[in-house]
Design a protein around this ligand. Sequence first.
Ligand SMILES: [Zn+2]
Length: 425
Amino acid sequence: MQKKIFLVIAAIGLAITTLKAQSYNVVIKGGHVMDPKNNIDTEMDIAIKDGKIALVAKSIDPKLGLQVVDAKGLYVTPGLIDIHTHNFYGTEPDHQYENGNLALPPDGFTFRNGVTTVVDAGSSGWRTFPTFKAQTIDQSQTRVLAFINIVGEGMRGGYEQNSNDMDAKMAALVARRYRNFVVGFKVAHYEGHEWIAVDHAVEAGNMAGGLPVMIDFGGSNPPLSIEELFRKHLRPGDIFTHCFGQLDNREYIVDLATQKIKPFVWEARKRGIYFDVGYGGISFAFSQAIPAIKDGFSPNSISTDIHTGSMNNAMKDMLTTMSKFLNIGMDLYEVIRVSTSNPAKEIKHEELGTLSVGSDGDVAILSVRKGKFGLFDYTGFKIAADKKLECEMTIRAGKIVYDLNGIAVPIVPPRISTKIIASTK
Ligand SMILES: [Zn+2]
């Protein structure tokens, strides 16, 4: 009898030891960790448990992980944050980016790029946001947040010109009601030669308790002054997207005669205006970006403005966009900063874009491929590039959701139907 009891106790003990032996879901070994928020830029191991970052240390015993990832020679960064995307995809004819076929389902384009959070930039408006939430946000493994359009309908083609549909109060109400998902307000493509769209958006931002606005400035002819925009209309913390665009109907930030950033742009940055890439179809030109970087003016955030047009044009995806900055003079650590902790700060979600212990287990594992690459912009201008970022693995809320070369042991292919509940505060 005593022997039996002893055996039972021994069995329980063994079970507990086995459980303890694998106290993490994932252990990432030997990678070069870049976590600018925590000033980490060195080789470290990372352990993830129950969807959260559990430990960052010089060496973590691989036996403690149910899955072990060999990240030797690779860079381990926080999951990337793309704050200018178009994801309100749908089937309504002629709806463009609002419930239409120019927008993209996030999961198809994020994880293969190390992106774990996207912020839809005004595709939905205060009127159409609930539909966007139900059909995209709630159905995606990617964390999807939104700037809602100051125009109620959102980016439904010509509707963006309808100033009667711009309503600061309604926009603020919707933002408050969906505070876990709405991070600010968007002005897009307004062609009128007055400030009504910008001012309504800023008013909504104030009414919603200090949320930022993202300005996609464009369309009026002659163009409205961006100096006036920065000085008189925007607040510190507001975001100027398409910052390296060079179009006739938009004033640009680099003076082509001097090849320098215009003085009032430096002033705006000092005041706290953020400059976001928002690459898009025709909103990024090397003729702006190269002299800007040379002049010491890096973007505050890199974002894609991804839609069916830009992804098949020069932009392609987040990592191609980041690779362009890597090849025109920004170092990798800074490129990672402006794709993780910086955008998190801009959208006031500083719990994201970091590998701090306790934060959501969102991780990108990237390689820098060396070779000969051609990177061009929409004008056809091409730079000779010798390095290119590639995504080896993406982990979202502690689960491996993309593994390019099977670097996890054991390999557990993600199940297609597995849904991660959006875990925003
Ligand atoms: Zn856009």
